[in-house]
Write a protein that binds this ligand. Structure first.
Ligand code: EPZ
Length: 422
């Protein structure tokens, strides 16, 4: 098993370039299946992460031809043969739920295994299914599979009870070929949804409003090929900003969109971090010790991102004072607390499992810790950077899902991290 051996206490300094966004490329790879023409889709700035590798495996299992070299990918879905995603592939990555909309729109039917829950919550999908039903789909769930069918979907007005990112994306894709107009209200506003709209419109779709809470899709009959560059990953950028904050560092991140990071920038400024935003860069200069913040509340975009809740909590364990962290998006996203406390943090989680009180301490001490999920893993690496002594982080398969080379980026900034095999 591979583990990370982190020698703590190093101040991060230097420049790192951010790669493409995991949560943009995954729905984009599903949307590409809508293209029935012989044209290829060329994608650039594609992150080399394991979730993308899993999605490529799924698309190939459906008959798509894909070549992936470096951060460039060419996809030809003209010979798609299947609309049923193999269970073992579905179970490995639950976010493939948004294949439903694209495959249903293309084939008039789709069969996937119920994605189930994961480490951060039950991950229900009723908003996805309600939306597809409103478009006319017949949906049957049995034996752990979901089967949906409809010869041609019909545009509808769909109000989401909650601005779900995946449900917004699934319904957008399903509506691309629907007869008439679909309006999604209370839609999620994440930048990755804007990226999906831009990709689809460049392929010939007619979508307006992504980034606002109302998205309008006018059905079309055909899409065509396109060359498209994926937006930078705001969560990877935020992770590195927080790592710099936790080590009193001074770094520059290139290839970022500062506008996608406002909530993180604002929160880090509250802790005493100086941040300068340029058109495609952010410059971060952290104080020797952070100030505690009264609240970090995770919310749908443009609120503070839930994916950076664990990372900022790791930094706040060493802040001067007490901070409250409230996780409003997922029902079980504090699995990193126990591991942080093993390193000397003083965090108490309230019985609602939604509120954590973080009492800042003078120091963390290195320990062997296990990543329970992707972003908690990043948080444990950040804690290891700031701790005294050596930290060993296990569960690297979680981190590989969303970070191309977290230890490589951090070592480029002066960290001392070795990948060891034991
Ligand atoms: C996307 O997940 C991201 N994943 C998540 O990133 C991210 O944390 C999340 O959006 C919120 O920003 C991808 O884009 C691949 P949601 P998604 O539907 O679409 C509830 C990471 O670390 N809900 O907005 O699953 C749900 O249980 C990952 O990169 C319903 O109740 O998020 C959750 O509590 C983690 N019913 C909340 O909404 C539904 O039908 C937000 O979920 C759907 C969702």
């Amino acid at each position: 098993m591979e583990k990370l051996l982190i020698c703590g206490g190093k101040r991060l300094e230097g420049v790192v370039r951010i790669g493409g966004a995991k949560n943009a490329i995954l729905p984009i790879l599903a949307a590409i299946l809508l293209n029935k023409s012989n044209d290829e889709i060329i994608l650039t700035n594609v992150p080399r992460i394991s979730d993308v590798a899993k999605m490529v495996e799924i698309l190939r299992s459906l008959g798509a031809e894909i070549t992936w070299s470096g951060t460039n990918m060419a996809v030809s879905p003209r010979n798609l043969t299947g609309y049923a995603v193999e269970e073992h592939l579905m179970r490995e990555m639950r976010s493939t739920i948004f294949l439903m909309g694209a495959l249903l729109a293309r084939f008039g039917q789709v069969c996937i295994s119920h994605p189930g829950g994961c480490a951060i919550g039950q991950r229900p999908i009723e908003l996805h299914l309600k939306g597809l039903k409103k478009l006319g789909a017949q949906i049957r769930e049995q034996h752990g599979y979901i089967y949906a069918s409809c010869s041609r979907l019909t545009g509808a007005d769909i109000h989401l009870d909650y601005p779900s990112v995946g449900a917004t994306e699934n319904i957008m894709m399903a509506a691309v070929y629907a007869r008439g107009v679909t309006v999604i209200s209370n839609a999620a506003k994440e930048p990755e949804i804007v990226d999906l709209q831009n990709l689809l419109n460049k392929m010939g779709a007619k979508i307006r409003g992504a980034g606002t809470d109302q998205i309008r899709i006018i059905g079309v009959n055909q899409l065509h090929g396109v060359e498209y560059s994926v937006i930078p990953d705001r969560i990877v950028a935020g992770t590195l900003m927080i790592a710099a904050a936790a080590t009193g560092g001074e770094i520059i991140l290139e290839n970022v969109i500062p506008g996608h990071l406002e909530a993180v920038t604002s929160k880090l400024r509250e802790t005493g971090v100086q941040i300068r935003e340029e058109s495609e860069r952010v410059l971060i200069k952290a104080p020797k010790r952070l100030r505690a913040v009264e609240f970090v509340r995770t919310l749908p975009y443009p609120g503070y991102p839930t994916d950076l809740q664990a990372p900022i909590m790791a930094a706040l364990t060493l802040a001067d004072g007490t901070s409250m962290v409230v996780e409003n998006v997922f029902d079980s996203r504090f699995k990193h607390v126990g591991e942080l406390n093993r390193m000397g943090a003083q965090i108490v989680v309230a019985s609602d499992n939604r509120t954590a009180v973080v009492h800042g301490v003078e120091k963390l001490t290195g320990a062997t810790v296990t990543a329970p999920d992707l972003r908690a893993g990043a948080a444990l690496v950040i804690a290891g950077l700031a701790a005294e002594g050596e930290t060993i982080v296990e569960g690297l398969e979680h981190i590989a899902r969303g970070y191309e080379n977290l230890e490589g980026d951090l070592n480029k900034l002066g960290a001392e991290i070795k990948r060891i095999r034991v």
